[in-house]
Design a protein around this ligand. Structure first.
Ligand SMILES: Nc1ncnc2c1ncn2[C@@H]1O[C@H](COP(=O)(O)OP(=O)(O)OP(=O)(O)O)[C@@H](O)[C@H]1O
Ligand SMILES: [Mg+2]
Ligand SMILES: [Mg+2]
Length: 500
């Protein structure tokens, strides 16, 4: 690790920032944690509420196997200890969005114990600056409902669609030392969750949100008192909240004040945190084991199935792309940062291996370059993503195969791609219909060469006088005269001969 430490300069010297994140991640599952109600985003208020979620008297919770499975798979993906025996506790508090009057959570015996996440601090060269952040635990709990204050002048409404939805709370160790490290941690965690498929990671829809614990201390000193900024919903806001909160704490301490352990809110418009409640009026949650639920016991077959179902994880994939496919560190990093991108690339690669007569490394490099420059460029222009790309991996591979076997040149491939984007159609068919096939017809190319040389007599003289850099000019002119359709190798040979 070659990172320079993040320090805040105060009048009394430098301060170090200490950060721990509690991330709430909504579990990907059709049904809620203890009921069969649906979890889809964007439904009309109170249309996805069972009697259990509304806390009708006499209703009993029944754990949803899929939610448990997703938490276990997530734990396995961060190399964590999986606890074969865990238990649900009641966290008691009173609030209008919580009809039960308590949240079912896991305080004393979480399902997942110690794990770790390696963060990469240089996006372009991920292995250049890494750090391991400890994860203390992951437990499973219910989400609450949502209060709506903008529906009526004097009343608040409540939407219970979210009530009872399964969350994983992923609690880090206080191992981060800068906003950048916290940002890298959150991004990496989101990437892992998306690969595993246990959470969609959509922070703007609230599927993933972070409670940001921050304290400051003199470098190497005792841990300071932390504040906790709740429910921050983007990577950028987390970084801003830390920056603001750390310098606020330094100001308080340098003025001779004390940090009070408190819950704060982040205001994205102002980039500030504000006090919500202090420890003095903190809840006494009166935790106790939920008497309606048996302890969770996981058997070996279940754990084995969870392990078998894990996909190749982002770091392993990135390293394989570099080592086995020969991609640059940067390309490997960009292609593996999102599970969807890697999936698209691998489909392109598989199809490329089938239709191109080139080595795996050559196919991989050409595919990566095309995806990251041509396709991404086009999608950006069209305001689209890979998911709704107008071109499929099969079409892309077919286009690259036409270049690889010399049917068309790289320049013509760009033209064909534009036509595919505009009017659809298969690359080979477009090439035939528009007569774009590359030609090695020596007669036609010789004629074009002769015309170019005749029209540029002065340059020919300079070239023969030793200005060899002009060769590229002649190639360009000849290709232009051939409308990009001449085989570049034949053009080179015939030009050399004519200029000799
Ligand atoms: N001195 C500190 N400075 C910064 N972060 C800290 C410090 N001490 C603990 N933390 C972090 O605070 C978080 C504490 O989360 P935890 O879930 O254990 O408890 P909590 O916040 O008290 O409870 P709740 O889940 O009800 O919010 C962890 O991420 C931990 O790393
Ligand atoms: Mg917590
Ligand atoms: Mg907390």
């Amino acid at each position: 690790m070659t990172q320079t430490a993040y320090r805040i300069q105060g009048a009394t010297g430098e301060w170090e920032v200490v950060i721990g994140l509690e991330v709430h991640a909504q579990v990907t599952s059709k049904a809620k944690l203890f009921s069969g109600a649906a979890t889809a985003f964007g439904a009309e208020p109170n249309t996805q509420v069972s009697l259990v979620d509304a806390a009708m008297p006499g209703m009993l919770p029944v754990p949803n196997r899929e939610c448990i499975r997703q938490a276990v798979r997530t734990g396995m993906a961060i190399n964590a200890q999986i606890n074969k025996w865990s238990r649900f506790d009641r966290k008691n508090y009173f609030y209008a969005d919580l009809p039960q009057g308590y949240q079912i959570s896991q305080l004393y015996h979480p399902i997942v114990g110690e794990g770790e996440i390696e963060i990469n601090l240089d996006e372009k060269n991920p292995d250049a600056q890494t750090k391991v952040i400890g994860v203390e635990r992951i437990h499973v709990e219910q989400d609450a409902g949502k209060l709506m204050h903008d529906q009526h002048p004097t009343r608040s409404y409540v939407d219970l669609n979210r009530s009872g939805v399964a969350l994983m709370e992923i609690v880090s160790r206080p191992d981060m030392r800068s906003p950048a490290e916290a940002g890298a941690y959150l991004s990496k965690l989101r990437t892992i969750l998306r690969y595993v498929g246990s959470c969609d990671g959509n922070m703007d829809q609230g599927s993933m949100r972070a409670d940001v614990n921050v304290s400051v201390r003199k470098p190497g000193g005792e841990l300071g008192t932390r504040t906790e900024t709740k429910n921050v919903n983007s990577v950028r806001f987390v970084m801003q909240a830390i920056e603001y909160e750390a310098s606020r704490q330094v100001d308080v301490l340098e003025a001779g004040g004390k940090i009070v352990q408190e819950t704060r809110l982040f205001d994205p418009d102002k980039g500030e945190t504000r006090s919500m409640r202090s420890k003095e009026d903190a809840h006494d949650y009166r935790y106790f084991p939920d008497p309606d639920l048996l302890p969770l016991e996981l058997d070996d077959a279940f754990l084995e199935e969870c392990r078998q179902s894990l996909p190749e994880l982002p770091d392993a994939k990135r390293k394989r792309y570099e080592k086995d496919l020969g991609l640059s560190a940067y390309n490997a990093a960009v292609l593996t940062a999102e599970a969807d991108t890697a999936r698209w690339f691998e489909a392109l690669l598989a199809e490329g291996a089938r239709v191109q007569k080139k080595s795996e490394g050559e196919v991989a490099k050409a595919s990566a370059n095309w995806l990251l420059s041509e396709l991404y460029g086009a999608l950006n222009r069209l305001g689209r993503t890979l998911e709704d790309s107008p071109v499929t991996p099969e079409d892309g591979a077919e286009l690259l195969a036409l270049v690889a076997d010399g049917t068309i040149s790289g320049t013509i491939a760009k033209q064909v791609f534009e036509i595919m984007l505009e009017s659809g159609g298969k690359p080979a068919q477009i090439v035939e219909e528009k007569g774009l096939r590359q030609t090695s017809d020596t007669g036609a190319i010789e004629a074009a060469v002769a015309k170019v040389l005749a029209g540029n007599a002065d340059k020919v003289e300079q070239y023969r006088g030793g200005k060899e850099a002009l060769f590229g000019f002649f190639v360009g002119q000849t290709m232009k005269a051939m409308q990009g359709k001449a085989n570049p190798q034949v053009v080179n040979e015939l030009l050399k001969k004519a200029l000799a």
